[in-house]
Structures are given as structure tokens and as C-alpha cells.
Design a protein around this ligand. Structure first.
Ligand SMILES: *[C@@H]1O[C@H](CO)[C@@H](O)[C@H](O)[C@H]1NC(C)=O
Ligand SMILES: *[C@@H]1O[C@H](CO)[C@@H](O)[C@H](O)[C@H]1NC(C)=O
Ligand SMILES: *[C@@H]1O[C@H](CO)[C@@H](O)[C@H](O)[C@H]1NC(C)=O
Ligand SMILES: *[C@@H]1O[C@H](CO)[C@@H](O)[C@H](O)[C@H]1NC(C)=O
Length: 309
């Protein structure tokens, strides 16, 4: 009898704390919506950007170099990588010692191991890692061949494992690091016609969440994970010309530069999950809690011909 009473008291106590803390964290999150946390400095970081030859990756490298970070440009295409590096060096000649470039096919495990060795010898420990490949242009989204299944998966998800395998152990040892994964918004909502792509993007989401949990449990609280869902109508405006948009003004296209700025902003604030444009993540969450019939209506209204279709 006494024992029962005791356990009920403990339960009530625990639940009260749970509720109080939940309210506290909800209020804290609401406050951060209005007053975002401060931007962290990246000037002492060694930032590796995979897929820096074009698009968002290229702009990320440029901005990171401007912010004073040591940048390590990695791309499968030697020439476009070289071009990126040359442009940065031209922009900031005084920083040329802080810019390195490596050619690597990140879908090839042995190539990634080689990359890790080269970087260790030439540059040092990577402290931030941006994975920017596997964000397709709208055209490739529309015409993706189902037979390219392993290509899609190798690039979007397997390469993440190879890179983590190579670079995460040092981050864990030093309890210092930041892993940034970019996915298209296909990872927020299932897609017709782009099954492999959508599935691979969901996999990246799962990877990011598992990593977060891993670091939380092992108390690696100085290793951050940021997952960024990008609405794919970015990059150069010419690629988006043939996309049908039911609500063009609402969705418009985003320049790679602006996207990169938003990404770096979110990363420097240690946000866990963001979307570009910002409101899409709320739509994604909404789609999850609403009844299916309602989500179908929303999807049809937002029908873009490529995403959310
Ligand atoms: C990049 O290209 C320039 C001009 O073609 C060349 O001089 C330079 O050595 C190249 N750099 C690398 C790292 O390949
Ligand atoms: C994978 O990378 C290794 C090491 O760079 C290279 O020798 C090998 O040819 C690559 N394999 C493929 C299929 O590209
Ligand atoms: C894809 O996977 C299949 C089955 O494992 C394999 O036969 C094929 O060579 C792979 N294709 C590529 C491009 O790696
Ligand atoms: C890189 O990390 C290793 C492992 O923690 C550490 O011993 C080493 O001093 C680090 N190197 C630099 C340049 O920080």
C-alpha cells in the first residue's frame, strides 16, 4: 500500500517535471525563432566541401573562404574544382594558403580512403564537412532513369558513409565537428516518378537523425549535425525555365548564392534542420500531421511538376 502510494508520487513528480521542461523548451524554441542564436565563427575551422565544382557547393566554398575558414575543395571533376579554386584565389589572393583542392569520386570507397590520407598529410583535421552532391538539377529529376538506381544511392547516401567513416573518428576524438548534409525537399515528402531519389533523400534524413542520437548518447555535444532540405529550383535560372509552377510567385527560383548564404547562416547557428526556402519545412511537418485527404489537397495546390507532386 505504502509502496504503491510512493510509486504514484514518483510518477506524478516525473510527469510534472516532464511537462514543465517541455514547456520551457517550447518557449525557448519560440524565442529562438524571434531571436536567433548567435553566428559562430568559422575562422579556425577546416571546412571540406564535397561537390564544390558547381552550384551551391561552389558558393559555400567561396563564402567559407571569405569568412576566414581553411577550405578543402573536393569534387569528382578536376577542371571545375580547379576553376572554383582559381576564382577564390583571385578574389582573395592573400588567403591562397588556406585553400586546398582534391579530386575524388566519393562513391568509390577506396578513393575516399585515399582522399582522407591526402588531406591528413597536406591539410590536417577536417572539422566541418559539407556534402553537396546528389542535389539534382530539375532536368535530371524529371528524366531520371530507374536503372541508375545504384548511382543515385551511391551518391546520395553511400558516399556519406564512406566520408563519415574516414573523417568522423577524428571529430569524435576531438569532440569538435560539424556535419552538414544537403538534401532536396524530396526528403520531406514522398514523390511520384522519382522514387529512388526520394528514398535516398529520406535515407539522408535518417542518417542525420541517427548521428544526432549517437552524439547525444555519447555526449559528443560539440559535434553538430545540420540537415538542409533544398527546394530544387535553385542554381542557375536557366535550368528552371521549363518547370511548370502553379504558384510561381510563391515558389520562384533561388539563386545558388542566396541558397549558400542561408545554408551557412543555419550552420553557423548550429540549427539541426532547416529548409530553403524556410517555410517548406513547416509545410512538410504539416503534411505529416494532417489527415491524408487534406494532404492530398495541399499537394495538389502546391503541385510543381517536380516536387510535392
Ligand atoms: C588549374 O588550372 C590552371 C590553368 O589551367 C593551372 O595552371 C593549374 O596548375 C591548375 N591547378 C590545379 C590544382 O590543377
Ligand atoms: C576507386 O578508387 C581507387 C583509388 O583511387 C582507384 O584505384 C580505382 O580505380 C577506383 N575505382 C573505380 C571503379 O573508379
Ligand atoms: C549496380 O548494382 C548492380 C547489382 O549489384 C551491379 O551489377 C551494377 O554494376 C551496379 N552499377 C553500377 C553503375 O555500379
Ligand atoms: C588532429 O586530431 C588528432 C587526434 O585528436 C590530434 O592528435 C592532432 O593534434 C590534431 N591535429 C591538429 C592540427 O589539430
Amino acid at each position: 500500500m505504502f509502496l504503491q502510494l510512493y510509486s504514484i508520487c514518483v510518477l506524478i513528480w516525473d510527469v510534472s517535471w516532464l511537462i514543465l521542461y517541455s514547456i520551457y523548451f517550447i518557449l525557448k524554441a519560440a524565442k529562438e525563432l524571434l531571436l536567433p542564436p548567435p553566428l559562430k565563427s568559422v575562422s579556425k575551422e577546416v571546412v571540406m566541401v564535397v561537390g564544390c565544382g558547381r552550384g551551391v557547393g561552389k558558393e559555400i566554398v567561396k563564402i567559407m573562404a571569405m569568412l576566414g575558414a581553411t577550405v578543402v575543395c573536393v569534387d569528382i571533376n578536376k577542371d571545375s574544382n580547379n576553376l572554383t579554386v582559381m576564382q577564390i584565389k583571385q578574389m582573395m589572393p592573400y588567403k591562397s594558403k588556406k585553400i586546398h583542392s582534391f579530386t575524388c569520386d566519393v562513391t568509390n570507397h577506396s578513393d575516399v580512403i585515399k582522399l582522407a590520407n591526402d588531406i591528413k598529410n597536406e591539410v590536417g583535421n577536417i572539422t566541418m564537412m559539407f556534402h553537396c552532391c546528389g542535389i539534382p538539377s530539375p532536368r535530371s529529376l524529371l528524366t531520371e532513369d530507374p536503372r541508375n538506381l545504384n548511382k543515385t544511392f551511391d551518391l546520395a547516401i553511400m558516399s556519406q558513409f564512406w566520408l563519415l567513416d574516414a573523417f568522423l573518428p577524428t571529430m569524435i576524438k576531438n569532440n569538435h565537428g560539424h556535419i552538414v548534409a544537403l538534401t532536396s525537399v524530396a526528403g520531406l515528402s514522398g514523390q511520384k516518378e522519382q522514387l529512388p531519389l526520394s528514398v535516398s533523400q529520406f535515407a539522408v534524413q535518417g542518417l542525420a537523425e541517427s548521428l544526432l542520437e549517437e552524439f547525444r548518447i555519447n555526449r559528443k555535444d560539440n559535434i553538430h549535425v545540420t540537415i538542409i532540405h533544398i527546394y530544387p529550383f535553385i542554381l542557375n535560372s536557366d535550368t528552371a525555365a521549363d518547370i511548370r509552377l502553379r504558384i510561381p510567385s510563391y515558389f520562384g527560383t533561388i539563386k545558388a548564392r542566396l541558397a549558400a548564404q542561408c545554408i551557412i547562416d543555419a550552420v553557423r547557428r548550429n540549427y539541426i534542420e532547416v529548409s530553403i526556402p524556410k517555410h517548406l519545412i513547416f509545410i512538410g511537418h504539416l503534411l505529416r500531421i494532417l489527415p491524408r485527404q487534406a494532404t492530398i489537397m495541399i499537394r495538389e495546390m502546391l503541385d510543381t511538376g517536380v516536387d510535392f507532386a
